[in-house]
Design a binder for this molecule. Sequence first.
Ligand SMILES: NC(=O)c1ccc[n+]([C@@H]2O[C@H](COP(=O)([O-])OP(=O)(O)OC[C@H]3O[C@@H](n4cnc5c(N)ncnc54)[C@H](O)[C@@H]3O)[C@@H](O)[C@H]2O)c1
Length: 332
Amino acid sequence: MFRVGLVGCGTIGSVHAQGYTRMEDVELAGIVEVREDHGRAMAQLFHTTWYPTIEALFEEAEVDVIDICVPTYLHRGYVETAARAGKHVICEKPMARTLADAQAMIDVCEENGVRLFIAQVLRFFPQYRKAYELLQAGAVGQVGTVRTTRGGVFPTSWNDWYASAENSGTLIVDMIIHDFDFLRWCFGDVRRVYAKSLRGRDLNRLDHAFVSLRFENGVIAHVEGTWAYPSGFQTRLEIAGTGGVLEHVGDEEMPIHLSLRERIGRSEGVAVPESPLAKDPYQLELEHFLACIQSGAEPIVTARDAYEALRISLAALESAATGRPIELEVRS
Ligand SMILES: NC(=O)c1ccc[n+]([C@@H]2O[C@H](COP(=O)([O-])OP(=O)(O)OC[C@H]3O[C@@H](n4cnc5c(N)ncnc54)[C@H](O)[C@@H]3O)[C@@H](O)[C@H]2O)c1
């Protein structure tokens, strides 16, 4: 039996909470929320207790694992508190807003002998996992180029934190980090990054970015991200090799799209892609992390993988800001 304490129950926290309530042998021990009314409502919905602080949760409830779903710039503080209290940690992606914070999170968990898992969920989406497996089996021969697209409407959130480049890192750090992690899983480390984005232009909550990556193994990828659509959320993946092309087109899984600009004012949260599977990728991911705690096994995505994905995102952000390509020092 795992007793999980959830910190932050907004858009993704409520997806995690729902996942835990569907698992056998997992108890949602409590929800820590800064907004009392919202926290109480979420606690009622998920049959648990609201706590105003993580310290109050530790005082009153038995907890084995802390799952952190607060905005990115707040991850480090909660990871440190949880690790020092001897709790294993699951934390949402991007693992932090800076590499210094990300390294501190890895260090504090190591020092306190607890596990740290970062929810880079794309590796648990069946279409991306299948693409990875096909590539490993050499299905398209030697890969030359890759194109990915991800995005939709500009997200809404608690305190509008996504709109602060300082806090969210724009869609380059917040969203296309999913693609950076997936591509690094498939093709290894990145050598050079060049990016163009709308950052710094006052476009009333519109963001769009193009990032080119050159991998150590010679593969070239073009990653496009958008928060400029009127509504909705779409993903695409195209991998071209000497033997053929592998494609995933998100739209085809949901054949009809209605995209209306006037819905913007009413839309809530950030897009969390849906899945027709009995267990959604978020639940699969959380179950995998808990199974790794039980068995001591390495997860499909490690905290170091998440750190490296953040390194690519931050290099892209720097490139977009300076107009220069950024060379990444190879570490692994
Ligand atoms: N894996 C994914 O696909 C995915 C999807 C969405 C968000 N995320 C990530 O999850 C994190 C949260 O994003 P979100 O969209 O759910 O944000 P959100 O704004 O919808 O939710 C954040 C929640 O945290 C609460 N909160 C804020 N400060 C707090 C504090 N100090 N203590 C306790 N609670 C606090 C807020 O009240 C809110 O309910 C971010 O890092 C984001 O990048 C990941």
